[in-house]
Design a protein around this ligand. Structure first.
Ligand code: NAP
Ligand code: HSE
Length: 438
């Protein structure tokens, strides 16, 4: 039993955790170790009642009392002393069913699960509203950076024009290691996994799936329209070649996996792909596990949110903050929920119609007339060249690398031109096609 500063018994708010992995272990440890201080901040005793795991005998990073662990989810979802359920299992199922059950049992829910929120979040929020409970998900996007709350509250007066963001810590870590230390892709990925940054299935990180979930959440809240992850164009980082990092740097760019959502008239661009980002921009300097979200609002101008985008510590900072926000509302006997208005219907522009600048690298036969052929194909597709550089002559193989930067061009034309170039006898290989953000 806890007493407040006036010696009165504090109300107890019960917390049940689902999952005790990278994030769950940190969250449980903070709630247990800092219980006194956190309870004083809230004005009620915040108490961990039960933790769901798959394997109760697994070695954990902190020594949790065995009596807290259970493999039976009904001991949490059906326990009337538990007010807040914290879902940290990840993936769509059984996490979604457990969260729905918690809500229908009138328990508040906190989650870091971007997949469930991106696909089902707004249905879950109306389910929560029907049952008079809160659903908070700040840690689902950019882990330790508070971004969803500012977007919904502090920036509410703005019309948002654009979001450009680095939202995946694993890929940013890999790209930084490849560019700065020349580390092979596989080794950099292994390090990110060992550090607890990667998803259970790292394909979600490296193929940009995790980033599309996060962009779907950000763009829906920013533009007040439902943006489905499936409507977002996606290209991951697995096809990048170390050569491209070197050439990009020489041209004044860094290669980043950017999540971009922009207003274009009555429609929206929404895409996730490796992007040449000018070294003069703040986004190009975001390295390692750090994430950054750049927001353009019509009133506020350009804002940049920056911090650690993955890992148990930063994520637990945000998850525990959500738990405390709900606990404070319970203690004050009034839940204040931000209203989510997705009352606009803004279509997403098909990727084929997007206009931007492009970088691509061709491995060509080192023979007269090659550049003229390339220029002809690009000209036929109305693609204007901004710069062309011939690199790395290989006298034995009689090949050379040609790097091309275009002026703004239409995606469909560039794709057709690249396919035509790849079929030319003098062109051995067309390397990565990387879009340029300017
Ligand atoms: P994790 O290390 O894989 O932990 C998952 C936990 O869930 C484990 O404790 C596991 O139990 C438990 N679990 C899995 N399936 C279960 C099932 N069917 N029934 C009961 N328990 C089950 O994952 P994590 O990295 O902590 O991520 C958790 C969530 O946070 C995910 O939604 C992730 O996307 C999100 N997130 C993670 C990070 C990060 O940096 N890691 C950052 C932001 C958000 P056992 O331990 O017994 O196997
Ligand atoms: N795997 C995710 C990342 C965790 O690397 O960004 C944070 O959401």
């Amino acid at each position: 039993m806890l007493y407040d500063s006036q010696g009165l018994i504090m109300r107890e708010i019960g917390v049940g955790l689902l999952g005790l992995g990278v994030v769950g272990s940190e969250v449980a440890n903070i709630l247990l170790q800092r219980s006194g201080r956190l309870s004083e901040q809230v004005g009620a005793s915040v108490s961990v009642k039960r933790i769901l795991v798959r394997d109760p005998n697994k070695q954990r990073p902190f020594p949790f009392p065995a009596t807290l662990l259970t493999t039976d989810v009904s001991e949490i979802l059906g326990d009337p002393s538990i007010d807040i359920v914290v879902e940290l299992i990840g993936g769509e199922q059984p996490a979604l069913d457990y969260m729905k059950k918690a809500i229908t049992n009138c328990k508040h829910v906190v989650t870091a699960n971007k997949e469930v929120i991106a696909k089902m979040g707004f249905k879950m929020l109306s389910l929560a509203a029907q049952h008079g409970v809160d659903l908070r998900y700040e840690a689902s996007v950019c882990s330790g950076i508070p971004i969803l709350s500012p977007l919904q509250q502090d920036l509410a007066a703005n019309e948002i024009n654009a979001i450009r963001a680095i939202v995946n810590g694993t890929t940013n870590y890999i790209l930084t290691k490849m560019a700065r230390e020349g580390l092979p892709y596989e080794q950099a990925l292994r390090q990110a996994q060992e550090l607890g940054y990667a998803e259970t299935d790292p394909t979600n990180d490296v193929e940009g799936i995790d980033a599309t979930y996060k962009l779907a959440i950000l763009a829906s809240l920013a533009f007040h329209t439902p943006v489905r992850p499936s409507s977002i164009y996606r290209q991951g980082i697995s096809g990048l070649d170390p050569k491209d990092f070197t050439y990009a740097h020489e041209l004044g760019y860094s290669v980043k996996l950017l999540a971009i959502a922009k207003r274009q008239g009555d429609a929206l661009e929404a895409r996730v792909h490796p992007t040449l980002t000018s070294l003069e921009t703040q986004l190009a300097t975001v390295d390692g596990v750090y994430n950054a979200v750049q927001i353009e609002g019509d009133l506020v101008g350009t804002l940049m949110f920056y911090g650690r985008g993955a890992g148990g510590g930063p994520t637990s900072s945000t998850v525990v903050a959500d738990v405390l926000t709900i606990a404070r509302s319970i203690a004050m006997e009034g839940i204040i929920r931000p209203r989510i208005e997705l009352n606009r219907r803004i279509p997403v522009i098909p990727m084929a119609d997007i206009q931007t600048r492009y970088y691509f690298r061709l491995s060509v036969a080192d023979q007269p007339g090659v550049l003229a052929q390339i220029a002809r194909v690009l000209g036929d597709h109305r693609i204007s060249i901004s710069s062309v550089i011939q690199k790395e002559l290989d006298p034995d193989a009689q090949t050379a690398q040609v790097v091309i930067l275009t002026h703004p061009s239409v995606e469909q034309s560039v794709q057709s031109a690249v396919a035509e170039l790849a079929a030319l006898p003098l062109i051995n290989h067309v390397g990565a096609l990387i879009r340029v953000e300017h």
